[in-house]
Design a binder for this molecule. Sequence first.
Ligand SMILES: [Zn+2]
Length: 363
Amino acid sequence: MRDNSPSTMASYAPPRFLTDLLHARSPSGYEGEAQAVFDQHVKPAADTYSGDALGNRIAVLNPKGDPTLMLAGHMDELGLLVTYVNKDGFVYFDTIGGHDRSVISGRRVVIKTANGTVKGVTGKRAIHLMDEADRKKVPEIHEIWIDIGARTKAEALERISIGDSATYDHEFELIHGSIGTARAFDNKVGAYVVGEALIRLSKEAKKPAARVVAVATSQEEIGCRGAATSGFSVDPQVSLVVDVGHATDHPDCDNRKYGETKLSGGPIICRGANINPLVFENLLKAAKRLKIPYQVESDPRPTGTDARAIQVGRGGVATGVVSIPLRYMHTPSEVVDLEDVERCVRLFVEFARGIKKGDYRNW
Ligand SMILES: [Zn+2]
């Protein structure tokens, strides 16, 4: 349980590997900074370590083990992509991933260029300059621009290029105790969970029976593309996917439509067609052995996670999905309880420990 005493709040120290990932800017297709963090922290613990053409990072522990358990968490995040610069030097963009258009303007952004970063702000017409009807509208993407302080197109294009990516300039911070905010908990927490689980398993005296493969996947936000290729190359029998899930415990969220899940309530274990029933059962058993709080949600469709791609790879994979409760998904200020992240790491380690040789034949 989370201790709310003031002394604990003051001393809560988030793990360095996680904060490094949260600071990394990694829109889909531009994951370089997150790859470098994963390389630095996870590679030393792995028996073999590789990348692929899609930008995945693949860490293998116990390469001769059986079955193969693939742990997947995506490391890409939402972003903006420079598409056009007008004659006055204002920069237009398309969105990478599913943005809420009502929160894009009025932000500070950082554009990553070949020559370093360029700062800017997302501008739109001020409220005073709108008529009554305009004030009620959510702006279209082409009605917002990035202002980098340039006066002409030529001046702007000396500093940035078409195809450069940008992210909000919102960094991670703790807001109360272990509850933090960041622009991209989705899904740096997942990449952290799979990497950290492999690191902890590597330190245990007893090797797991399974070949454990932790994959920081690329391009999830634009269609689970890194999971499709890494699922094929890793060739697992069993796979656990970790992503963020909606905590529905805030105002204006109808439980009749969206179910009941809570921030700080522990990892959310999913049930439904995307989930192998025995994987679900074993996740529940692992959570009970650990005596950690957990929550159950259900989804009748392929989930909106990497598991939708991994499950139907090759001849089929027994997949499970675990979500870390999060409020305000896909906004610049997502909120997560880092204690839920730690519980998820422990759940993945315990699940991996529980797998026996040949187990998957019944799954
Ligand atoms: Zn997302």
